[in-house]
Design a protein around this ligand. Structure first.
Ligand code: SF4
Length: 537
């Protein structure tokens, strides 16, 4: 069953008028391909009272972008609760490099108490930095500010500067208080600005001696995704200068200016750095997607076309043929279990799009998709960026102004050749999610708990891929739920091996007899009755 305008009206009809008008603007019923692109509202405040899946700016900065950098100690300056919920919950995997440094499994926090909020937490923060340096000897330190820190006005920048002088390492102070933006997206932007300003290029190394040098941006090595991508790239002959930031290192990130091409996996969380790297160093970026078999092959072919070397192109085809021959028969078996089923795919700011191809490759159609914290360009494509009006919340995070580096800016590819490649491949381009949705499907921005339940009741998806905040609500409705932020306990799901693991996990969800034993509570129990102010029941 598809959602019609009338049906949607019934779902939203329970909202007060103002809320209804607001939420309707965040929902698109996909029409047949028309000349005019369909518009959606995104990256605006969630209305009070609505139970959103979104996180805070601190979560986006520390939890997503900065936290996975393995050779840095990441300090959460704030109450322990903020720290605890960014401690390993995304399952960013990391292995120590040659220097043996990997602190990803630790949780460092000033654990602010009431007295710190009253009298200030700067001394406690300085003491923690000293202890962390003495015990762990990190290559650099990050400080992430949480809400109370911003409210009491601790000067974390001054604490960081003093610590840099004491210890001779970089200490980066991120003003990413949770309330800084409408979602975690603000935190991504804050993190991007700081890494670009203070880390990238902070090295005497001018060029990379290895051929086919690439940076992988917006890949967070959830469940080992980045390792599977690295395996494929290495087999073909690429040199990965740095990964931002899954299993990434501060030391490698300093060299990011030496790469010949930037690959952008998660557009939302890192497009700022991709843009700035092009302006400052002349490195173009390519929108890749290593989730799904076809999109992995497409990405590899676009990369090979960029470098234009015949041997590299041939090697790319050989690896693709080798991998497909190995995995396709296995995928075909799992497809038999999944064929004809439907999914909701509501994840993050890129994954809601990335996973649709992989679902389709195992026979599952996505009937509802959306993002928690995306902007209009993630839905409608980057063409709309100049038309997006900045509101007070987005102005809160200023763009970092960069210019061409007079010494290091290099034209990496002839402009005419890049223009030709752009006709075929997404260089410096992302077309967004809506264009790939089928007619009659539904796109929802900032899907909330009420709408999740209502859309499930209407569309009866066979599986919902979402996050931890609604996972168990969905399972209590008798429907399998696969977290695509953290992959529950599994992964990797990227590349060729990841596609097989994903197909296996999703098939297991359907094959499990568990769902036959679940009776949703509303089937046996009456809804609660109550009176308001002594009135009618
Ligand atoms: S919103 Fe504020 S208090 Fe809550 S987790 Fe984020 S930083 Fe901490």
């Amino acid at each position: 069953m598809a959602i019609t305008e009338e049906k949607l009206g019934e779902v939203l009809g329970v909202y007060p008028e103002k809320v209804l008008v607001n939420r309707r603007r965040h929902i698109v019923l996909k029409e047949p391909d028309t000349e005019t692109a369909q518009q959606i509202e995104a990256n605006t405040r969630t209305l009070p009272g609505i139970i959103t899946n979104r996180g805070c700016a601190f979560a986006g900065c520390k939890g997503v972008v900065v936290g996975p950098i393995k050779d840095m100690v990441h300090i959460v300056h704030g109450p322990v609760g903020c720290a605890f919920y960014t401690w390993g919950t995304r399952r960013n995997k990391a292995k120590a490099g040659d220097d043996g440094k990997n602190y990803v499994n630790y949780c460092f926090t000033t654990d602010m108490q009431e007295s710190d909020v009253v009298f200030g937490g700067e001394k406690k923060l300085a003491k923690l930095i000293d202890e962390a340096v003495a015990i762990f000897h990190p290559n650099a330190i990050s400080i992430a500010a949480t809400c109370p820190v911003g409210l009491i006005g601790d000067d974390i920048g001054a604490v960081a500067r003093a610590a840099e002088e004491r210890h001779g390492i970089q200490v980066l102070a991120f003003q990413c208080e949770g309330y800084k933006g409408v979602s975690q997206s603000a935190g991504h932007h804050i993190a991007n600005n700081m890494l670009m300003d203070k880390v990238i290029g902070n090295s005497d190394v001018e060029t990379c001696d290895e051929p086919y040098a690439v940076n992988l941006l917006g890949e967070y090595n959830i469940g080992g995704d980045g390792w599977e991508i690295a395996r494929i790239l290495k087999d073909i002959g690429y040199h990965v200068v740095c990964v931002m930031t899954g299993d990434g290192s501060y030391e490698d990130m300093k060299l990011a200016h030496t790469a010949d091409l930037n690959l952008v996996q998660c557009h939302r969380s890192i497009n700022y750095i991709a843009e700035m790297l092009e302006i400052k160093y002349g490195t173009p970026w390519l929108k890749v997607n290593f989730i799904g078999i076809k999109s992995t092959c497409d990405s590899l072919r676009a990369m090979a076309a960029y470098f234009g070397n015949k041997d590299l192109m041939q090697k790319t085809e050989e690896i693709i043929a080798r991998e497909l021959a190995r995995i396709q028969p296995v995928i075909d078996q799992y497809r038999k279990v999944c064929e004809g089923k439907t999914a909701f795919c509501f994840v993050g700011g890129s994954r809601g799009h990335h996973y649709q191809g992989l679902f389709s490759e195992i026979g599952i159609e996505t009937v509802l998709a959306g993002y928690e914290f995306a902007h209009r360009d993630d839905y409608e494509g980057r063409l709309v960026i100049p038309t997006i009006k900045k509101d007070a919340d987005s102005k809160n995070i200023p763009d970092l102004h960069v210019e061409a580096d007079p010494k290091r800016f290099r034209i990496k590819i002839a402009p005419e050749r890049l223009a030709k490649l752009k006709e075929k491949f997404p260089f410096n381009e992302y077309k967004g999610l809506i264009v790939d949705m089928k007619e009659g499907t539904i796109v929802v921005d900032d899907l909330n708990h009420f709408e999740t339940e209502e859309f499930i009741k209407i569309l009866h998806p066979d599986i919902v891929s979402s996050g931890i905040k609604d996972k168990y609500v969905i399972q209590k409705m008798g429907i399998p739920s696969k977290q695509l932020h953290s992959y529950d306990y599994s992964g990797p799901y990227s590349g060729f091996n990841g596609a097989v693991i994903f197909a296996r996990d999703i098939s297991m969800s359907f094959a499990s007899p568990t769902w036959n034993y679940i009776v949703p509570p509303w089937k046996n129990q009456p809804f609660l009755n109550a009176t308001i102010n002594g009135g009618d029941q």
